[in-house]
Write a protein that binds this ligand. Structure first.
Ligand code: NAD
Ligand code: UD1
Length: 339
């Protein structure tokens, strides 16, 4: 089927595009390249033998968006486009609400106008907040978000559910991702944020390549296995495969569903650090610091619903996640040297 992928040049989007093409779907990417490089298109072509049609368009640009809807016949949409930095969202909330909410509403209005009925949305486990016991179950609903980024995810889930409630043809799958890490095993796609990374694995990756000296561990006094924060990490290729199943599910059903996408297993900060040491064959330095404001002790998914509705289970573990992350970093450094 013909699928529009907004944000398809980004980290999770590009991996999903590869899985979709490899399963025989026709993909059209729409991305404003705010947080992505045009080279990704060459890399997708190298991996799949197909160069997807690409619109360099901002979802805030209604005319540009409409052009993509007029020129194609999308059967479904996977909506990744958005800003995602938690700290930045606290500093510039209006920019986040405009991009992630107003931009998304533009997209949903086009769906309505051009009768595109099926959508998969990138939500986040952050919508559970600090209100519930692990494992987090979809039936808990939404907790209290602690930053504007999280609130944009919460609002989008609500907007899409209301849209489906009012329009019986619409099918929505809100995927709540836990912590995506890793990279494509080819080393061609991955994530290497500019500047100092906020998230754990991108930070460890830079310690492993020598770009940063040591990891700052945010708190060792949580009620967890070793006192450090526990999260549910999922390989980005597994997450991409979950999108393939979710979009196929959306096309066969009506109404709105919320589905967790995680491994169901939690790892502490130090466990991840040690797995990365194994992957890169080096000892990595770390220092214990105070807790990071807004962090919770433990987060991991109840994965039953993903199994039941999508037939989805993860295939890759923490060692593969760290191996592929490091492989991508090494590839990337070589690429930069050759430029
Ligand atoms: P990313 O930044 O790599 O990808 C997002 C893409 O959207 C980028 O290519 C960017 O250029 C594009 N984009 C941003 N604003 C746009 C706009 N106005 N118009 C068109 N394109 C725009 O991020 P990612 O990690 O791949 O995340 C994808 C989605 O998943 C995001 O919505 C993010 O909030 C959500 N999510 C990510 C994580 C995570 O840990 N990475 C966790 C939960 C949810
Ligand atoms: C963070 C965001 C969350 C977002 C998710 C994915 C916050 C409070 N939460 O989640 O909203 O959906 O990223 O983008 O920012 N850690 C360190 N040192 C570091 C970095 C992290 O010890 O340099 C620890 C953290 O305290 C946490 C764990 O590593 O215990 C994972 O952190 P991170 O990768 O930032 O993910 P989340 O906190 O789960």
């Amino acid at each position: 089927m013909q699928i529009l992928v907004t944000g398809g040049m980004g980290y999770i989007g590009s991996h999903t595009v590869v899985e979709l093409i490899q399963s025989g779907h026709e993909v059209i990417i729409l991305d404003n390249l705010y947080n992505a490089n045009i080279d990704v298109l060459d890399r997708i072509e190298k991996l799949t033998g197909v160069r997807p049609k690409f619109y360099e368009v901002d979802i805030l640009d209604r005319e540009g968006l409409e052009r993509a809807f007029k020129e194609n016949h999308f059967e479904a949409i996977i909506h990744f486009a958005g800003y995602k930095a938690v700290g930045e969202s606290v500093r510039i909330p209006l920019t986040y609400y405009k991009n992630n909410i107003s931009g998304s509403i533009n997209l949903y209005e086009m769906m309505d106008k051009y009768h595109v009925d099926n959508i998969v949305f990138s939500s986040s486990a952050t919508v559970y907040g600090d209100n519930f016991e692990v494992p987090f179950k979809e039936e808990y609903g939404q907790g209290d978000t602690t930053n504007p980024y999280g609130t944009t995810k919460k609002f989008n889930e609500i907007i899409l559910s209301d849209f489906a409630l009012a329009n019986k043809d619409i099918s929505v799958v809100n995927l709540r991702y836990f912590n995506p890490i890793g990279a494509h095993p080819s080393g061609l796609l991955g994530e290497d944020p500019k500047g100092i990374p906020n998230n754990l694995v991108p930070y460890i990756a830079k310690v492993a390549t020598g770009e940063l000296d040591h990891l700052n561990v945010f708190g060792d006094d949580y009620d967890t296995i070793d006192g450090t924060g526990v999260r549910d990490y999922i390989h980005v290729v597994d997450l991409a495969k979950a999108h393939l199943k979710a979009v196929e599910y959306a096309c066969k059903h009506k109404g709105a569903e919320v589905i967790n996408v995680g491994s169901g297993k939690g790892y502490s900060v130090l466990e991840v650090l040690h797995a990365y040491e194994k992957a890169c064959g080096k000892t990595l330095k770390y220092e214990i610091h105070d807790r990071r404001p807004g962090d919770i002790a433990t987060s991991y998914a109840d994965t039953q619903k993903a199994k039941e509705l999508l037939g989805f289970e993860v295939e890759l573990g923490i060692d593969e996640m760290c191996r592929d992350s490091y492989n991508y970093m090494i590839h990337n450094l070589e690429d930069q040297k050759n430029r």
